[in-house]
Design a protein around this ligand. Structure first.
Ligand SMILES: Cc1cc2nc3c(=O)[nH]c(=O)nc-3n(C[C@H](O)[C@H](O)[C@H](O)COP(=O)(O)O)c2cc1C
Length: 204
């Protein structure tokens, strides 16, 4: 652990965050939920458009989502099917699931504003929306960690994104992520990370 993390709680929580795929039955308080959603909404976003939507799923609706994912898993070849079934188990075990979608508002707004060709504008603003929502998701994950909550970013549901969007009533949006939130049933094992020095190139 980096010694500066003793003083700096933000760095500590960034380091402590783990993907957790199995949760206890302990509910997540409304206060904690609002705190992590607020943290997500504080993220930087292209043109400050906040082109994200968070759908909070609990109770029977959450069970329905898990059942939907489990049922659809059978339509995919083995590796994807296994990951989808794992995702369904995580959704089932977590007390809350937050689904993130991009609204597409930046695409409409930016295309008019920048007056560049439609095809290039679509590619540009779609990418900016994805990057903005990714920043919001990371804020949410770090905020959750700081409150002792566990999370996992499930991207595999992209394979059935139309059904997920329909389930949420957000058909006009673009799928970003499904995030089960709860308390870890056991401590997450830290995966081996390539040292950051390998990822950095210095040009002086
Ligand atoms: C864009 C994205 C998609 C991911 N999709 C999945 C997924 O579908 N299922 C899953 O179990 N984990 C998923 N993860 C979590 C990664 O497997 C995890 O971040 C990685 O193994 C490193 O572990 P850590 O998060 O504990 O550092 C995803 C993470 C990201 C950023």
């Amino acid at each position: 652990m980096n010694p500066s993390h003793d003083q700096n709680r933000t760095l500590l929580h960034i380091e402590q965050r783990r993907s957790i795929r199995s949760f206890t039955d302990e509910p997540v308080s409304e206060e904690h939920l609002l705190t992590i959603l607020r943290a997500a909404n504080q993220a930087p976003s292209a043109h400050n458009q906040q082109s994200w939507k968070f759908v909070v799923i609990r109770g029977d609706r959450k069970k329905e989502l898990a059942a939907l994912v489990n049922a659809r898993a059978a339509d995919f070849p083995k590796p994807a099917a296994v990951l989808l079934r794992m995702a369904a188990r995580s959704i089932n075990s977590a007390p809350v699931v937050i689904v993130v979608a991009n609204t597409g508002e930046l695409i409409g707004h930016g295309t008019d504003l920048f007056r560049i060709e439609k095809e290039r504008a679509l590619d540009f603003f779609q990418t900016m929306e994805i990057q903005s929502s990714a920043a919001a998701i990371q804020n949410l994950l770090i905020a959750a960690t700081s409150l002792g909550l566990a999370t996992v970013w499930l991207g595999i549901l992209f394979l059935m994104k139309d059904e997920v969007l329909r389930f949420m009533g957000e058909e006009q949006g673009e799928f970003m992520a499904v995030i089960p939130v709860g308390y870890a049933s056991k401590a997450g094992k830290a995966p081996k990370k390539i040292d950051f020095g390998m990822m950095v190139k210095w040009l002086d």
